[in-house]
Design a protein around this ligand. Structure first.
Ligand code: NAP
Length: 255
């Protein structure tokens, strides 16, 4: 195990470690994204909550405010249909509001079908690629100028075990996660030594969420970690403890 992986597992985030950082989380209304957004706010970050279901974003917003966190921002965006121009407009809004962005957690994804390639639906394939890959590229590209303005920015892409070793029937989801790893590696290499932006990927591992239940309907969800149990490596990668770490593919849980 690498030192970075060990640090990520063992990380205990100090109070206010994320203070004065503006961090955008996609898919912040539910599952892992929600748990990470709440913990980022608990550690002092100003969180931009991006997701497609306004009511879910509002619930997370209200919880952060009720816990005394910094005023979050909400960005209701459907990644399936948003076009590059929409992300440019968002970037302009964020620039006016915050000046710079210190982190992005690309967390939102969809599963698509669990089925052989031979029968995989064409339109499902395109939708999975749009949400899981193209949207992450559009958002990253639009926000790069704002990340460059930060003294210490971190981009985290969410991977999966099937994005590191392909497995039968995981179709577009697995392929999208390989593409995610590729985007992470290319971007990390481009930005290393010429910017303050680091770029890494994180595989959350089996976690009790709606997506996991969809993928494994017969599983006893009680045996799985809850999203709130696995946030430490996210805080590590998005906060100051990982400054200088880039191009790494990390796991949030031991396998
Ligand atoms: P989840 O519970 O299904 O949550 C996914 C989030 O993404 C939801 O908030 C959802 O919004 C949002 N989202 C989906 N489609 C969107 C769209 N078109 N536009 C905007 N937002 C959209 O999934 P999760 O398990 O927390 O997964 C989080 C990440 O971890 C994903 O990248 C997933 O691939 C990865 N992962 C999860 C596991 C696991 O065991 N859970 C394992 C490996 C990797 P709504 O709530 O509004 O639908």
């Amino acid at each position: 195990m690498t030192d970075v992986q060990q640090y990520a597992f063992d990380y205990q985030c100090p109070e206010q470690a994320l203070a004065n950082r503006v961090i955008l989380v996609t898919g912040a209304g539910d599952g892992i994204g929600k748990a990470v957004a709440l913990d980022l706010a608990r550690k002092g970050a100003t969180v931009i909550l991006l997701g497609r279901t306004q009511e879910k974003l509002e619930a997370v917003y209200d919880q952060i405010k009720a816990e005394g966190g910094a005023e979050p921002a909400m960005a209701p965006v459907n990644l399936e249909v948003a076009r590059p121009q929409d992300y440019e407009e968002l970037a302009n809004l964020f620039e006016k509001e915050f000046g710079c962005i210190d982190g992005i957690l690309h967390n939102a994804s969809i599963l698509g079908e669990i089925t052989p390639i031979e029968q995989y639906g064409y339109s499902t394939w395109e939708t999975v690629m749009q949400v899981n890959v193209n949207a992450a590229f559009y958002l990253t590209r639009a926000l790069l100028p704002l990340l460059m303005k930060s003294d210490d920015a971190s981009v985290v892409f969410t991977s999966s075990s099937v994005g590191r070793k392909g497995r039968a029937f995981w179709g577009a989801y697995a392929v999208s996660k390989f593409a995610t790893e590729g985007l992470m590696q290319v971007l990390a290499d481009e930005l290393e030594n010429v910017s303050n932006v680091r770029v890494n990927s994180l595989n959350p591992g089996a976690t009790r969420t709606a997506m996991r239940a969809l993928a494994y309907p017969a599983e006893d969800a009680g045996t799985l970690k809850a999203p709130s149990d696995i946030t430490a490596p996210y805080l590590y990668l998005l906060g100051p403890a990982s400054t200088g770490i880039t191009g790494q593919a990390i796991n949030a849980q031991p396998r």
